[in-house]
Design a protein around this ligand. Structure first.
Ligand code: FMN
Length: 206
């Protein structure tokens, strides 16, 4: 399977980090076309203390703990409209935007593609491919909500960065992974630590 993963400047770079690692671990994805917005290095520095100032495949592989010569990630520059995910003729399973800022959400909803992330999302929608958006903001204003509805109607899956607690997470990593597993589930990509709900016999009166 080939996928495009975009990372934008919303809070929650850790969701991108773990999603990419889990995709790599799954063995189900042959190629990840990775694009990052220009704000990601700032957020990554603030939230994770990671230096992604001049991102390239080498830096990204190092960051994710992948082998130096790993061919999994193809890194595309944000302004490269000639990149592979820019064209509908490229066969792909779909695209994930994690985390997705309100800025990127609005740009895609309006159809005004000014960078590769917007263009690739537009392509995913026009080709009827899966587009999973992981928006992060709180609270949402009416513009954010309207944009999400517009995108949902256009075929995107809105998967907010709001992890569940029913698996009783003890660490931030467990909380983050719960959300990332839900992203992988969208593409039926296997993951080792199952957190799918299997049912509970507790009755309301107990
Ligand atoms: C540390 C930090 C955290 C941010 N968190 C959010 C957020 O959670 N949601 C959001 O929509 N924007 C957030 N922003 C603002 C976006 O980065 C900004 O709107 C930017 O224009 C988004 O551009 P992009 O979509 O191209 O990444 C944050 C910015 C910084 C520096």
């Amino acid at each position: 399977m080939e996928l495009t993963v975009a990372v934008t400047g919303a809070s929650g770079t850790i969701y991108a980090y773990r999603t990419l690692q889990l995709l790599a671990e799954s063995g189900a994805v042959k190629t990840i076309n990775l694009v990052m917005s220009s704000v990601v290095p700032i957020v990554a520095q603030v939230e994770l203390g990671v230096n992604l100032r001049t991102p390239d495949v080498k830096t990204i592989n190092e960051w994710l703990g992948l082998k130096k010569d790993s061919k999994l990630i193809r890194f595309w520059k944000l302004e490269n409209f000639a990149a592979k995910p820019s064209s509908g003729s490229t066969k792909q399973a779909g695209m994930i935007i994690v985390p997705c800022s309100m800025g990127t959400l609005g740009a895609i909803a309006s159809g005004a593609g000014t960078n590769l992330i917007h263009r690739a999302a537009d392509v995913a929608l026009k080709e009827g491919r899966k587009l999973v958006l992981v928006p992060r903001e709180t609270p949402f204003n009416a513009i954010h909500l309207k944009n999400m509805l517009t995108l949902s109607k256009a075929g995107a899956t809105i998967l907010p960065a709001s992890p569940g607690f029913y698996h009783r997470p003890k660490t931030i990593e467990q909380l983050v992974d719960h959300l990332c597993y839900r992203i992988l589930d969208q593409f039926d990509i296997p993951h080792t630590d199952k957190t799918q709900w299997t049912g509970n016999e507790i009755n309301k009166s107990e």
